[in-house]
Design a binder for this molecule. Structure first.
Ligand code: CDT
Length: 306
């Protein structure tokens, strides 16, 4: 059916010392909560299985690799796949992905997957817009070293026919960029799933960003992306005080009209749900944002040439 209940499964913090199994137990508990609310699709956050390790300089390669998954599913995550399939729930999961090449070299991506309601992986996405720095920034409360630990995604912004709809993904910083949504919008996306780990204060803004702007920009970007492409956006945070750094909550389900249909109220593990109709955005894509009728690509060249 193209009408079903979707859940944003926000997470509270994950500590450096938490095991994968402890985290998976939390995710399975939220699957059950979502199931009780009638949801058949659950969106978990970015890097859901670990603490947000890019806040630290990690020089020990073994420690760094311990945050990454070389296989998905694997022994630790298999119970999540099994529980979801048992309940008939599809899900979206963000995690750190390690690819081991034939010559033994390793590549590292910030990755998300869509898993169908029968437990099969239906799609994979690797984060394109990698924020932060490759080198530690002196004098900051925390680092944001995603550019040190992840290479930019090499899969583009694909969409996947899954769960009777056209599904897409992006990850955290991607949600701020209009191109993210438009590239998927041009492929007819109907539901964009994403997760985020966003520190509540941006230490690199040199005090110029008022505290309320973090949440405002979070929702502004996603609401605009939803409306301008006539798509649902379901976004889940890893929130709260994680290893001494505060991360924003605000997980939400956004309708193709750009309106927020449901929003988390806490900064902990919390499931919010909304009934959705994947066809809700059709009138938007057939009228105001009828791309074939109204786009003027002859004037958009600068957007890809610099
Ligand atoms: N995880 C992630 O992409 N977070 C970024 C914060 C970047 S601050 C240098 C975000 O855009 O939310």
């Amino acid at each position: 059916s193209r009408q079903f209940t979707v859940a944003a499964a926000q997470m509270g913090p994950v500590a450096r010392a938490d095991t994968r199994s402890q985290v998976i137990d939390r995710l399975i508990a939220m699957l059950h909560t979502a199931n009780q609310a009638g949801a058949t699709l659950v969106v978990f956050p970015e890097l859901a299985l670990t603490t947000f390790f890019p806040r630290w300089v990690i020089d020990d390669p073994e420690e760094l690799d311990s945050y990454f998954e070389a296989e998905m599913p694997n022994n630790e995550t298999q119970p999540l796949f099994a529980a979801a399939a048992e309940l008939g729930i599809g899900f979206h999961l963000g995690y750190a992905e390690m690819v081991i090449e034939d010559d033994g070299s390793k590549r590292y991506f910030n990755t998300a997957i869509i898993v169908d309601r029968d437990g099969q992986i239906a799609g994979k996405y690797r984060k394109v817009h990698i924020p932060g720095h490759a080198e530690p920034q002196p004098g900051q409360t925390h680092q944001h070293l995603e550019k040190r630990y992840f290479e930019p995604g090499d899969l583009g912004f694909p969409v996947f026919r899954s769960m009777d709809g056209v599904m897409g993904m992006c990850i955290c910083n991607d949600r701020r960029w209009p191109e993210t949504y438009r590239v998927m919008g041009l492929q007819g996306v109907e539901l964009v799933m994403l997760g985020y780990n966003t520190p509540s204060t941006n230490p690199f803004a040199k005090g110029e960003e008022a505290p309320h702007l973090g949440m405002f920009h979070n929702h502004l970007s996603m609401q605009a992306g939803a409306y301008q492409n006539g798509t649902w956006v379901v976004a889940s945070a890893k929130a709260g005080m994680e290893e001494g750094i505060h991360h924003m909550g605000g997980s939400c389900i956004i309708a193709p009209t750009g309106e927020i249909a449901a929003q988390a109220q806490t900064e902990g593990d919390e499931v919010v749900t909304a009934p959705i109709d994947l066809g809700r955005g059709v009138y938007i894509r057939e009228t105001i944002f009828n791309f074939a009728a109204h786009r003027r690509i002859e004037h958009y060249g600068l957007n890809t040439s610099r």
